[in-house]
Ligand binder design. Structure first.
Ligand code: NAP
Length: 543
């Protein structure tokens, strides 16, 4: 019997060092880690001790004999990874950097952004000892995309927040919410109170398609739709017409899969989640029966990850439709899959073939994948009525056609942009940096999507944070960082002047308690406040 890693794997690799026989791969130090869509347990090497289970922040690891039925395919998925990548007895544990001392006084680091990138970095820095971290967020709540990005039906993935909650209570960490850097405090203000300022602010804004009709009501960036159903206060007032039979999702990444699943899943399956009340009400009223996911290339070029494709088949009341023709490959591609492609690519094809073989269940809504289809124009006068697309299957004449739809969600990734005031690297569209150290701006750093662009599973931020942490520590050790003129006391005094409404840890705890209390008896983990006013008022209960 072996343990098996399943769908919610976040790739933060905290399970790897827990394993006494090094059977979880790829590890942070493995060159394959950067590409892996999840981690895998080598079944023949696993000694069945279960040590990894305690370390997993998202409950992704199960003993083989008690796997939930919808996760059983992960037994083969774990094993198959090692057919392509056999591991010897070489230990692969990541090295921990040595503990460093900064005399006199602590090393002070400001982190802008409290999402996974910022919090993994805070965790790494505080683990060194002798470091003080001040965390800033524009929102009255911490956790960034962990609160406003993870789909509500992915309760296992949402558990990652529990891993970070104790971090916020550490005396060496200061939490400053509802504070906007650039408005209430400038970069220079932060530098005056810290040795280093790290931007963990994400990758920019939703990418535009640049086609006619994109700005029509009913044509929406999928990330805005996600923010709406997750109760982000910037989106509480958004309205969606979930009318007609069909919604279109453009793009085949994990965001596309999330929004397609939420539109298609039976609303009752969301009742026990923390989805925003306004979204659940609207989804209950929805008349949409089919969600069409458009891929401009073929199935093998899909941007979704293997675990998410598997998970797509488990949404209650939603059937996945894939044209069997899209799962056929020519001899050269079959050979490439066998010899060169990562096992995950071949596994995705296998899962897609299973979906293609399965007829839709009666009464289900459907999520239909349509490949080799490029959006040309979004149609409608005052609201979206459809989309004109070009279908261009290999070996066939291209043809244009119209798909009627009341909603078009554009899930085509992000347009990268550097945080304001930081130098642009024209080749990436992000801020120019080396290992998170911003070019020609001593004391400024990047971590997460702001550093590497919008890619990689949630837990990949841990490896990324270690990289930026090393840059900061090296610079501190070499004397490259200026000593700040003020410390925590002076920072708090400045904030009291510039941002008297800033919310600290007691305010966040008051919001958290009120949201949980508000859900008591409903079977939901919390009932989110979704407006700025409601969040601020709940925070004031701590005064
Ligand atoms: P993404 O993975 O980059 O996918 C973007 C999709 O948009 C691709 O299919 C791309 O097709 C398509 N696209 C781009 N420009 C297009 C155009 N002009 N016309 C038509 N299609 C176009 O982006 P994402 O889905 O926003 O995800 C961002 C990151 O967040 C990813 O790393 C993702 O895994 C992660 N994420 C993970 C989860 C999860 O684990 N559950 C959930 C959400 C997000 P081409 O490939 O042809 O360019």
């Amino acid at each position: 019997m072996a343990y098996v890693i399943t769908r919610s794997c976040c790739n933060d690799a905290s399970c790897v060092p827990a394993c006494p026989v090094d059977c979880i791969h790829p590890a942070l130090t493995d060159p394959l880690f950067a590409k892996a869509e999840m981690l895998y347990i080598e079944p023949d090497a696993c000694i069945d001790c279960g040590a990894c289970v305690d370390e997993c922040p998202v409950s992704a690891i199960f003993p083989e004999d008690s796997l939930p039925v919808e996760q059983e395919s992960f037994i083969d998925i774990n094993a198959a990874y090692f057919d392509r990548h056999p591991y010897g007895a070489e230990p692969t544990r990541p090295e921990r950097p040595p503990a460093l001392r900064f005399a006199p006084g602590p090393l002070r680091v400001a982190i802008v952004g409290t999402g996974p990138a910022g919090l993994y970095l805070a965790e790494q820095l505080l683990g060194l000892g002798g470091v003080e971290v001040e965390l800033f967020d524009r929102l009255p709540t911490p956790f960034g995309l962990m609160r406003a990005g993870i789909a509500p039906d992915h309760a296992d993935t949402q558990q990652i927040v529990e891993m970070f909650a104790p971090l916020l209570g550490k005396p060496a960490l200061g939490l400053h919410l509802d504070v906007e850097i650039g408005t209430h405090l400038a970069h220079e203000d932060l530098l005056a109170h810290h040795h280093a300022v790290v931007y963990a602010v994400g990758a920019g804004s939703p990418r535009q398609l640049g086609i006619e009709g994109e700005g029509l009501p009913g044509s929406v960036a999928a990330t805005d739709f996600v923010a709406w159903y997750n109760g982000h206060p910037d989106h509480a007032g958004d309205r969606y017409r979930l009318e007609g039979d069909t919604a279109i999702v453009i793009g085949t990444g994990n965001v596309a899969l999330d929004v397609a699943r939420i539109l298609a899943i039976r609303p009752e399956a969301l009742e026990g989640t923390d989805i925003a009340d306004h979204a659940l009400e609207e989804l209950r009223r929805s008349s949409i029966r089919e969600v069409v996911v458009l891929g401009r290339r073929g199935l093998l070029d899909s941007a979704f990850t293997l675990p998410e494709l598997v998970g797509m088949g488990n949404a209650a009341g939603a059937s996945v439709l894939i044209d069997p023709a899209d799962t056929e490959v020519d001899a050269a591609t079959a050979e490439w899959l066998r010899r060169e492609a990562e096992p995950e690519v071949a596994q995705k094809l296998d899962v897609a073939r299973q979906h293609a073989r399965r007829p839709p269940s009666e009464g289900d809504r459907t999520v239909r994948f349509q490949y080799h289809t490029t959006p040309l124009r979004i149609l409608g006068d005052n609201h979206v009525t459809g989309i004109e697309v070009r279908e261009h299957r290999p070996g066939e004449e291209p043809r244009d056609r119209i798909i009627d739809a009341s909603l078009v969600l554009r899930a085509v990734g992000y347009q990268p942009a550097p945080p304001p005031g930081l130098p642009l690297d024209a080749s990436t569209g992000l801020a120019a940096h080396k290992h998170g150290r911003v070019d020609a701006m001593p004391g400024a750093y990047l971590v997460g999507w702001a550093k590497r662009g919008p890619r990689g599973p949630l837990g990949y931020n841990r490896a990324d944070a270690i990289d930026t942490m090393r840059s900061i520590v090296d610079d501190a050790a070499s004397g490259a960082l200026d000593r700040p003129v003020g410390g925590r006391e002076q920072l708090v005094a400045l904030l009291a002047e510039r941002r008297p409404g800033a919310i600290g840890l007691p305010g966040w705890r008051a919001i958290d308690d009120a949201e949980k209390t508000g859900a008591r008896g409903s079977g939901r983990p919390r009932s989110k406040f979704t407006t700025w006013d409601a969040l601020r008022e709940a925070a004031r209960a701590s005064h």
